[in-house]
Design a protein. Structure first.
Length: 315
């Protein structure tokens, strides 16, 4: 299995010297115009959590590219089980049943795609892109799924828009990679740290990168491109972390040196993106906040969900 620096959304963690280490994605096939997994409308199904920033990337991309009628979606409950697994619950507002495979949880999806999954001691993550034709998982790496969605759009499905134009691809990939370890994964390395040194190292790197991005956005609207820049995958990958920051990470993950609202340019960036039609609709604030504070009982023993922030950031 080919590793890359970014992994699918997961709460499963292992620790080395008190540091949080994210698990790797298991499924890495790609949808292409003439490959095993062809670009076809109605063939693929997306499993997500509204709480998960990695899964949120795929929902935003699907919406912005107009792929709602081509790629269907199911949503898990915001409550994560004690072992880190996800379940479906159509009785919960914002969640659904599994309408494709009829499974009770994500583990069932992985078991269908991988013989011996239950004995592998691994926990299934979201997002998951499922192929109805071959009854298997195509991919569970968010960064690759959103790139495949771009293939759909430029192949004539959806609105034909591209969030990764070829002339900007190298710049987009560089920006996503630069933000991944320090920001996207940095909030988790801060929150799940088990030593003071590991926490301080992670949170210092996190805010150093946020400071750099604040300067980068001083005279720009978007992260890459000429002039004011143009909206791309790089913006979506940063946005799903930033939009959760003041709501959750400041308190829950101890990322409290500053808030995003204290960064004028970063805050404007979040507001600018959330005001794009189709983006706010993908933000389920209750799932986001309740999930973190309820599910991570090792951090929040009594599962008390804060009432704030009263300034209603981005809501």
């Amino acid at each position: 299995m080919k590793p890359i620096d970014e992994q699918a959304g997961a709460w499963t963690e292992s620790f080395k010297s008190g540091k949080f280490v994210r698990k790797k994605s298991e499924f890495r096939d790609m949808i292409t115009k003439h490959g095993t997994f062809n670009v076809e409308s109605g063939r693929y199904h997306l499993y997500v959590s509204h709480a998960c920033p990695w899964a949120h990337r795929t929902l935003i991309t699907r919406s912005l590219l107009g792929l709602e009628n081509h790629i269907s979606v199911n949503v898990v409950d915001w409550r994560m089980n004690s072992d880190g697994s996800w379940t479906f619950n159509e009785e919960e507002e914002g969640a659904t049943a599994d309408t494709v495979n009829g499974e009770s949880g994500i583990e069932g999806i992985y078991s269908r795609a991988f013989d011996g999954w239950k004995d592998s001691h691994r926990i299934g993550t979201v997002p998951v892109l499922w192929d109805r034709h071959q009854d298997t998982i195509v991919n569970n790496e968010s960064r690759e799924i959103i790139r495949m969605f771009d293939e759909f759009s430029t192949a004539g499905f959806g609105n034909g828009r591209s969030l990764c134009p070829s002339q900007l691809r190298d710049e987009i990939d560089s920006m996503i990679s630069a933000n991944y370890e320090s920001v996207n994964n940095g909030v988790y390395k801060s929150g799940f740290a088990r030593t003071q040194n590991a926490y301080e190292k992670a949170v210092t790197a996190l805010f150093a990168r946020l400071d750099e991005l604040e300067i980068h956005l001083r005279e720009r609207d978007w992260l890459v491109g000429n002039g004011k820049g143009q909206l791309t995958e790089a913006d979506i990958c940063l946005f799903t972390t930033l939009v959760r920051f003041d709501l959750v990470y400041v308190v829950h993950f101890k990322c409290n040196l500053r808030r995003i609202i204290d960064y004028p340019n970063l805050n404007a960036f979040v507001e600018r993106l959330i005001d794009i039609p189709g983006v706010r609709e993908t933000c389920h604030w209750h799932h986001i906040k309740a999930h973190y504070f309820w599910s991570h009982q090792n951090i929040n023993t009594f599962r008390i969900i804060p009432l704030g922030p009263l300034d209603g950031v981005h809501t």
